[in-house]
Design a protein around this ligand. Sequence first.
Ligand code: IFM
Length: 444
Amino acid sequence: MFKTISLPASSPLLAQPFIFGVATASFQIEGARDTRLPCIWDTFCQQPHSIADNSNGDNACEHVKYWQQDVAMIADLAVDAYRLSIAWSRVLHQDGSINQQGVDFYRNLLKALKARNIKTFVTLYHWDLPQHLEDQGGWLNRDTAQAFADYTDVVSRELDGLVDSYATLNEPFCSAYLGYEIGVHAPGIKSQQAGRQAAHHLLLAHGLAMQVLRKNCPDVEAGIVLNFSPSYPLTKADEHAAMLAEQYHNQWYIKAILTGAYPALLNQLSDTVKPVIGDNDMAIISEKVDFIGVNYYTRIHYSRTADNWFAEAELKNVPVTDMGWEVYPQGLTELLLSLHRQYQLPKVYITENGAAMADTLTEGCVEDIERVDYFHTHLNAVHAAVEQGVNVQGYFAWSLMDNFEWAYGYNKRFGLVYVEYATQKRILKQSAKQYRALLKQRKK
Ligand code: IFM
């Protein structure tokens, strides 16, 4: 078990222009529910049994209240960049007019970060669709893609000059599959057809938003953040199943974006499940991106089902995080190398990587040695990929601080910083101190 986070002294990760950062998302930290429109996660949290601890995002980390101290804390970590998301429901009223208070919140936050020389990585959509749009069909309604482009237009004008890097969407897989296909995330719909159609409309929204960003801020880099849980066969006999899962869950998004086509698996879907695709959609979806954000936490094993499809298979006796996710750092190297072989990749940022652990606050300290080990091994996995030619230019730890972990509520802690929710006190864990030590060493 590594007690420090370190990299070889000659690692390109320790040299310019590699960026180190921390990441969060609006609904998970902001709170201040009363100063924005309701979103699909507010509604979902009210449904019985949807959230493990019956909690919601009403208060979360009260970041809207404590943002100044949070900015100071981010600066204290010696990071180069902060990745945050904008809540659509905080910047627009239902009639499409601007919620000035919400816009001012983000403007002030971004200005304060820039004043401390911290680069601003802004994600436009991290799952919190305004509820009134869900009432019109949400991501099943093609008009939502255009509504997202209109929202992007407002945000990119209002935040002009304050953003260094835009990501359109965070993890469209989660919005579509978890939200509309198996219903464990908001809005809780369980339909394969809905999942595939939502995925298509999300990708279309991404493409339309890219066009807006190119027009409004041609000098600001723009891309998308995708999550990958690479698919591995449980046994030799399961290789085909793993290949199907890989296409369905991972390649579905990156292939559409980088090549303008869905994986071949699309043709195996029945006509009732296939998404409706407009004539020009794939060209819009494959609008050139400046970067792909890669979120990696674990790999997944699959086995073949009786109907020749795939099902998740559990590996026994492997190290897991508090989420039950296997700790498999080599998977990150393997993923990056495999994407590098398959595609003409633009630059890559690791936009999320981290681990939930059962942290305990003892005498004011959190000795999260397993998380230190996780960051150490995963950063070295990125190093290995870069040494083999993958153009990775940044790494963001998930997450800055403990927060609302979606369907798990506040039970799962991913933070570098411990949040004592009753007092909203932030306490740097050992992992935060080690991450900072690594970054400071580089800055000498
Ligand atoms: O907390 C989430 C985040 O919102 C999106 N990516 C995965 C994280 C851990 O589950």
